[in-house]
Design a protein around this ligand. Structure first.
Ligand code: PBG
Length: 341
């Protein structure tokens, strides 16, 4: 490792006496490396990826430059590559065609559905990579909500959980290593755990989106899946950005219900929440560096306003420093390439 700066001499005739000089430990690149408190590695990364029907096609998501919706064949190639680069896990999100959507999200538990087929194919092609599936209704519903909606527009909790359970079991049957409920219905982690166990999937893990906020940062993701809610917003199920103690309550419930890993989402505007959660659990903590956070960095970089690589690494390091053990990030491949150098 070479330093950009000249290494200061160990003697300096111009100096007076001072007991503490924190700069001593910053004087050389080697020493800086040795006293570094937080290290970002490829093992921390989970790569969210979008899959669509069809063959031999990929479409760039306009609000997420560098991110694509892939058909399964191209997705498999991409996954083989990112696994080679050391990324250990992918989180799958399906682009569901409008004709397959309905009010109840029934396509979500079709054993031959896009997600289920994709999981099977990945597990054949790249068996070592961990496949995480999303458990939520929004890509599958005509209204774009994560739950079943009654005639007054109210999101119904318990009937939604019944569908989530079927979805999670069908994903496990397809070979998912981990299911990740991202819907924020009450009681879904416990219901999913119970159903998975009853079907013998005792080793399928649950990554719970425990503290998921109603956030403006999800915009580009909703573009990617064409899943923006057709009416209202998600504030009756996702959390209020102003709340921190409530995050601890949500995390505690998910742990009590059997979560293996808990997650805070989004990450950047919620670093304090990541820290609080970390201080309140012995489980691994994940953070989701969401689409809007990705888009902001890409947009500023495209304008030449920031140094993209520096800002990516600084941002992800801040999440680790805050307490994240794992980071879901659309930068996963880029970062794996950077860290490989
Ligand atoms: C929905 C879901 C969302 C994201 C992941 N799962 C969006 C939402 O809640 O509307 C967002 C991810 C991102 O913005 O990167 N279940």
């Amino acid at each position: 490792m070479s330093s950009e700066n000249p290494t200061p001499n160990n003697t300096d005739k111009s100096a007076t006496t001072l007991i503490h000089r924190p700069r001593r430990l910053r004087g050389t690149a080697t020493l800086r490396r040795m006293v570094q408190e937080t290290t970002l590695t490829v093992d921390d990364l989970i790569y969210p990826m979008f899959v669509m029907e069809g063959e031999d096609q990929k479409f760039e998501i306009s609000s997420m430059p560098g991110c694509y919706r892939y058909t399964l064949d191209l997705l498999l190639k991409e996954i083989a590559q990112v696994y080679q680069l050391g990324v250990g896990a992918v989180a799958l999100f399906p682009v569901v065609r409008e004709v397959k959507k309905d009010d109840l999200g029934c396509e979500s538990y079709n054993p031959e559905g896009l997600v289920q087929q994709t999981v099977k194919a990945i597990k054949q092609a790249v068996p070592e990579i961990l496949v995480i599936t999303d458990v939520a209704l929004d890509p599958f519903t005509t209204h774009g909500h994560d739950g079943i909606v009654d005639e007054n527009g109210v999101i119904l909790n318990d009937p939604t959980v019944e569908v989530l359970v079927k979805m999670a079991v069908s994903q496990a049957a397809a070979g998912a290593d981990m299911v990740a409920p991202s819907d924020m219905m009450d009681g879904r982690v416990g219901a999913i755990r119970k159903a998975l166990d009853a079907e013998g999937y005792i080793n399928v893990r649950i990554l719970a989106y425990s503290a998921k906020y109603a956030s403006g940062y999800y915009g580009p993701f909703r573009d990617a899946l064409d899943s923006a809610p057709r009416f209202g917003d998600k504030k009756t199920y996702q959390m209020d950005a102003a709340n921190a103690r409530e995050a601890i309550k949500e995390v505690a419930l998910d742990i009590a219900e059997g979560a293996d890993i808990v997650m805070v989402k989004p990450a950047l505007a919620y670093l304090d929440i990541i820290r609080r959660v970390k201080d309140n659990t012995h489980l691994p903590v994940a953070a989701y560096n969401v689409s809007g956070e990705y888009a902001m960095i890409k947009a500023a970089a495209q304008n030449g306003w920031i140094d993209e690589k520096k800002v990516i690494l600084e941002t992800l390091t801040s999440m680790k420093r805050a307490g994240a053990d794992l980071i879901l990030t659309y930068f996963a491949k880029e970062v794996a390439l950077m860290l490989a150098k």
